[in-house]
Design a binder for this molecule. Structure first.
Ligand SMILES: Cc1cc2nc3c(=O)[nH]c(=O)nc-3n(C[C@H](O)[C@H](O)[C@H](O)COP(=O)(O)O)c2cc1C
Length: 330
C-alpha cells in the first residue's frame, strides 16, 4: 500500500507537492526515439502528461518535470483566489478511482504567473510542453481574455476548462454556446498561443460532433478529452461499484479513474474522426497502465495525460507507460 494513502487524500496531495517543491521526488528521464513526439509545434521527449488539477498553482513545475513528464498542464487557474468547496472534497473510491469536488480552489492568477515566470529560465523548461488551464467561473468572458493574456507569454498552450463538473453553471443542458463564447474570449487574449478546449465526458456522437465543430469555429487549436464524470452522467461508465460521496445528502463531485478509460477512448476516436489528422488531441481519463496509454494513443490521441493513476501507481506508472510505448514502437 502507498504510505501516502494513510493520510486523507487532500493532505497526501499537499505533501506530494511539498516534496516536489523541495526536490524530494523521484527523478527519471525517458530518452528513446520511439517516445519522441511533436505536439503544438514543439518536440517532446515523451507523450506522457500531467493532467490539470494536480498542479493548480504552478508551484512545483521543476519537480513534475523531473518525474519524467513530457507535458504538464498547470491550473486550472482562475482570475481571483477561490476557497473552493468545503472539505471533505476529495475521496479515494472503488478500485483506482477518485471523486473530487474541489471546486477550483486556488490563489488566483498573480502567484500562478509568478510561478510560471520563475520556472521559465530553468533548463528543464525546454524539455517540457507547458500548458495553463484557465477558467473564469461567475465572471464575464472578458476575464478569460485577461487570464489568457497573463499566461500566454509563459506557456506553450492554454486549455479552456469549460467542463469542470464542480461549478454550479457547468452542467447546463447546452454547454456548447457558452463554451464557444468563452473560447473566443480566451483566443482573443492568447496572442497566437494555441487554445485547446477540454470536454466533459459524453457518449453522444452528435453532441461530440457539435462540441468539436463549435470549438474549431471559435478558434480552438485542439481538444483535451475528457474531464471527470459527474454523478448525473454516471450511467456512461461501466463498473462504478462504490457509494458516491455526498455533501448534505447530495452526491457531489466528478469521478476519475479506470472506468473513465472507455469513455475517453470513445471521445478521442470520435474527435479524431471529425478532425482528421493534424489537429492536436490530448487523451485523458483512466490511464493507469502502459496498455491503457497505448490504447488511448491508438484511438488517435497525440499525447495522454493522467492524474488518478499517479495517485495509485506513483511515478512507476510513467516508467511502465514509457516501456510500453518503446515496445510498441519497435
Ligand atoms: C483532485 C482532482 C482535481 C482536478 N482538477 C482539475 C482542474 O482544476 N481542471 C481540469 O481541467 N481538470 C481537473 N481534474 C480532472 C483531470 O485533469 C482529469 O481530466 C481527470 O482526473 C481524468 O483523468 P484520470 O482518470 O487520469 O485522473 C481534476 C481531477 C482530480 C482527481
Amino acid at each position: 500500500m502507498n504510505p501516502l494513502h494513510l493520510l486523507p487524500p487532500e493532505r497526501a496531495h499537499q505533501l506530494t507537492l511539498w516534496a516536489l517543491r523541495h526536490g524530494l521526488g523521484p527523478r527519471q528521464r525517458f530518452h528513446h526515439p520511439a517516445l519522441r513526439t511533436t505536439l503544438l509545434g514543439r518536440e517532446l521527449p515523451c507523450p506522457i502528461g500531467l493532467a490539470a488539477g494536480a498542479e493548480k498553482r504552478g508551484e512545483a513545475l521543476l519537480g513534475w518535470s523531473r518525474l519524467g513528464f513530457g507535458m504538464v498542464e498547470a491550473g486550472t487557474v482562475t482570475p481571483h483566489p477561490r476557497p473552493g468547496n468545503p472539505s471533505p472534497r476529495l475521496w479515494r473510491v472503488g478500485k483506482g478511482g477518485v471523486v473530487n469536488w474541489m471546486g477550483l480552489p486556488g490563489a488566483g492568477i498573480a502567484p500562478f504567473v509568478a510561478n510560471l515566470q520563475a520556472f521559465h529560465h530553468q533548463p528543464e523548461r525546454q524539455q517540457l510542453l507547458l500548458g495553463a488551464s484557465i477558467a473564469a467561473p461567475d465572471e464575464e468572458d472578458a476575464a478569460l481574455t485577461r487570464l489568457a493574456a497573463a499566461c500566454a507569454p509563459w506557456v506553450d498552450y492554454l486549455t479552456l476548462n469549460a467542463s469542470c463538473p464542480n461549478l454550479a453553471h457547468a452542467c447546463t443542458t447546452d454547454p456548447t454556446a457558452s463554451a464557444r463564447q468563452q473560447l473566443a474570449a480566451a483566443v482573443a487574449g492568447a496572442d497566437g498561443v494555441p487554445v485547446l478546449l477540454k470536454l466533459g465526458p459524453s457518449r453522444d456522437v452528435e453532441a461530440i460532433a457539435r462540441m468539436v465543430g463549435g470549438a474549431m469555429a471559435a478558434g480552438a487549436a485542439g481538444i483535451v478529452a475528457t474531464n471527470t464524470l459527474p454523478w448525473e452522467r454516471r450511467e456512461l461508465a461501466d463498473g462504478l461499484a462504490f457509494d458516491w460521496p455526498q455533501h448534505h445528502h447530495n452526491p457531489v463531485g466528478g469521478y476519475s479513474g479506470p472506468a473513465l478509460l472507455a469513455i475517453s477512448r470513445f471521445m478521442v476516436t470520435q474527435c479524431r474522426q471529425r478532425l482528421g489528422s493534424g489537429v492536436p488531441i490530448i487523451g485523458v481519463g483512466g490511464v493507469q497502465s502502459g496498455a491503457d496509454a497505448v490504447s488511448l494513443l491508438d484511438a488517435g490521441a497525440d499525447a495522454i495525460q493522467l492524474y488518478s493513476g499517479l495517485i495509485y501507481r506513483g511515478a512507476g506508472l510513467l516508467r511502465e507507460i514509457a516501456d510500453a510505448l518503446i515496445v510498441q514502437g519497435e
